[in-house]
Design a protein around this ligand. Sequence first.
Ligand code: ADP
Ligand code: MG
Length: 609
Amino acid sequence: MHDIIKLLPDSVANQIAAGEVIQRPASAVKELLENAVDAGAEKIQLIISDAGKTLIQVVDNGSGMSEKDAELCYERHATSKIGQAEDLFSIQTMGFRGEALASMAAISRLEIKTRKADSDIGTEVIIEASKPQSKNACNCPAGTSIAVKNLFFNTPARRAFLKSDNIEKRHILQEFQRIAIARPDIEFKFYQNGQLTHHLYKSNLKQRVVNLFGNNYNQRLVPLEESTQIVNISGFIGKPEYAKKTRGEQFIFINKRFIRSPYLSHAVENAFEGLLPEDSHPSYFIFLETDPDQIDVNVHPAKTEVKFRDEKYIYQIIKTAARHSLGSHNISPSLDFERETAFDDIPPTTGDQPVKPPVIRINPDYNPFEKEKSASLSSRVNPKQWEQIYPQEKDIPSVKSDLPGNQYTISPDWDNSRSEPSGGSLLQLHLRYIISPVKSGLMIIDQQRAHERILYERFSASSGKKESGSQQLLFPENIRLNETDAAILREIKETVKSMGFGLNELGRDTFVIDSVPCGMPEDHDLGEVLEGILENYQKNKLELRNNKKENVIRSLSRRLAVNHGKLLTEQQMSALVNDLFSCEIPQYTPSGKPVLQIITSSELSERFK
Ligand code: ADP
Ligand code: MG
């Protein structure tokens, strides 16, 4: 009988172990950057070619290594960071497993150049597939440069698993951001294919965030500060109105180390309850400082999963801190956590005026939902019928007549929010719904969806025409986008222009806007509107594969629509209701969600039985 068990050769064992630590170029970026931070560097350069596939290099001016250390550092379990076993529970330093360099050495050509400040001569070591190729004395600046070349060259299966360059680049950028935000006290330079794409000077946290994500973050952030015996919390959270449809800039750090914690993220999102439209997510940059014995780390090789001893307590503190900072910065009129219902929002009737019963003509026999199941979206409504069921213009106070040419603007009289309540029949509920008695019962309109529908039809009507109505801005605005957004905008520029935006590219992902569609309210932050449009556009892309124009119109309407959480005056509500019922299809949003519901009188009396 032959024995069948064999020991794996070291090189193969190393390759397998490497796969656990280095899954893609971004993992190498993370490990190299963390080592540079651990070495006490004040300046760090990250250099990438071909999305990290051919070169990932990190150059730092930190402690450097001695000749002996340079030879040892790529051995398995070589680390200068653990003295005693209990240090394993500490995450004061970034890494401590002594696996990163060994892993990279196993699956690439690794070139290390390093010199300690107090020695005149540095050391250069080259390793390929775990095998030392050369070791030489060299002249090099104090600090360390480590280059990872041709990653995965000897592990074709891994290499085949890599995604497109754009995706790999995005992962790299993400790792870079996490470390750059954690350490604004360090200067970073990031070169991609020979071009300097980020130069972040040493600064404070807010400045760092602004440098990474763009100038408009200056007014988007509110500070967060809370300190207890167990944990100190600091950082910034994004104002609710800048929340994104996709989970965007969400960062939590413990002891200056990025962590992923769905549980703690939930705590932050929870603090925003009632302040955000559905499916949007706030940005945040939150730092927790705590004694290392409060946490268990290292449950995962990528080391981003961290558990607190007392998670529930930390959850509460984070949530409270976030609420405090939202509240103390007066972010939203709806921020009143005590208030359960919006019935307090009913405008007081002015003294001697009797309460007017609503005058609304309606066809009692018509049930708008009857045909819903069989009918297709566009054929659901005959506009003529709507005139019979819903209030006629003269029955509701209207601002429409004030507007030139009976053409609605994006926001009819939107900013005239000081006007007195007119004692009409419209009521806003939860800063989200408009409620109106109708003859057949009670009509509930979703304000955001209604406005979205109105804008959608307006933009659809105007987009074909030459003069789609735009207004010149007094001060054209420059907007700098990130690479991805800029590329999308280039793709849809002509369509966006046809909606009434005056848009030109200035180069380096910066665009200037010198006019906007007629009637667009001034309080919109243009950069934010644009980003929102691009975000929506990306999201709709799958669904509306070939219809660029339709996609842009939908995105624009979505973004410019009045949010949930916005207090509306009587006038604004009636203008909105009027405009809604001038639409061809008032009862659905462009993506087919219901805009309104009716609770019929018979349903009501049923409930009171
Ligand atoms: P770990 O960081 O977990 O210790 P690594 O494999 O990442 O393991 O690094 C091994 C050792 O190499 C480190 O403990 C450190 O002593 C040394 N080292 C790595 N990178 C640097 C650097 N940029 N500057 C100085 N020393 C470094
Ligand atoms: Mg390390």
